[in-house]
Design a protein around this ligand. Structure first.
Ligand SMILES: C[S@@+](CC[C@H](N)C(=O)[O-])C[C@H]1O[C@@H](n2cnc3c(N)ncnc32)[C@H](O)[C@@H]1O
Length: 264
């Protein structure tokens, strides 16, 4: 995770600048995989980071549009404020909603794209295949669906961190995140729903000073809603992991980009 809340900035202004430079490089690397986006209507599904929305908007330009859909109303509201300062080149709108209940008519977009959605997707009641089919349903016939997400092709401290957060979510809300798994799982998922599937595995891109932000975080609020014994088990895991991050830094997972075409 790259966006976390913290009370005071644990980074010096110089570190903050380096951190943001690396986030921009990561975003550019991923968005460049989408190729030429000029003049098309894009749905950014399961995300609301102003950086990514601005990047899409600049690539699309004034003849296209960008719509961002995120389940988390607070993130959508924060993004709305963040985008007031952004350099948007296209009509852009933010929508709070669920990919499992797409609030758009079938065939609305030329490209439906997600970055980091699938590992957080709750697949307790619905499946990842249903989510991908939902992205496909709002894509025009012949249009593209593209997703990028972390995979576990090499060990990374962030994978441990995401696992801990997924276990916590499971205990607190009964959610069942899809999680970070092998590249083949995501490629197979896309091949089951889309035509002409292509994919690319990108090596981890370090984000300088992310380790400092992670170890400076407070305890997750959810811990307070657990029975004290269980909260203690999670606290122990959390502090052991943060100690490891202090020693080793915060290694990041590789990223898999997959795209395919809506065939019907
Ligand atoms: C790791 S974050 C994505 C980061 C992304 N790069 C961005 O721009 O925000 C995963 C996002 O997926 C959203 N999400 C999870 N399940 C969703 C669903 N069923 N429908 C829509 N958004 C969902 C979460 O609210 C969260 O903002």
């Amino acid at each position: 995770m790259t966006e976390r809340s913290y009370r005071e900035d644990p980074l010096t202004p110089g570190e903050r600048e380096e951190f943001e430079t690396d986030l921009i490089s990561l975003c550019d690397r991923e968005l460049d995989l989408l190729g030429d986006l000029r003049g098309i209507d894009v749905l950014y599904a399961g995300g609301s980071s102003p950086l990514w929305i601005e990047g899409l908007s600049q690539r699309v330009g004034e003849d296209g549009s960008v719509t961002a859909l995120d389940l988390d109303e607070e993130r959508v509201e924060a993004a709305r404020e963040g985008l007031e300062e952004a350099d948007l080149a296209s009509p852009t709108r933010l929508v709070a909603g669920d990919v499992f209940g797409m609030p758009f008519p079938s065939g609305t977009f030329d490209l439906v794209y997600s970055a980091g959605l699938f590992h957080e997707l709750d697949v307790g009641q619905r499946t990842a295949r249903e989510a991908l089919a939902a992205l496909c349903s709002v894509t025009r016939s012949g249009g593209r669906v593209a997703t990028s997400d972390f995979v576990d092709s090499q060990p990374a401290v962030q994978i441990e961190d995401e696992r801990l957060q997924a276990d916590l979510a499971r205990e607190v809300s009964g959610g069942e995140p899809y999680g970070i798994g092998p590249a083949e799982r995501l490629v197979g998922l896309h091949e089951a729903v889309l035509a002409g599937v292509r994919w690319r595995l990108s090596p981890p891109l370090p984000v300088r000073h992310l380790d400092k932000l992670v170890v400076a975080e407070g305890e997750p609020e959810e811990l307070s809603s657990l029975p004290s014994g269980l909260a203690e088990v999670f606290r122990e895991r959390l502090y052991t992991l943060r100690e490891r991050i202090r020693r080793e830094g915060y290694s990041r997972p590789a990223t898999l980009y997959v795209e395919g075409v809506r065939g019907d």
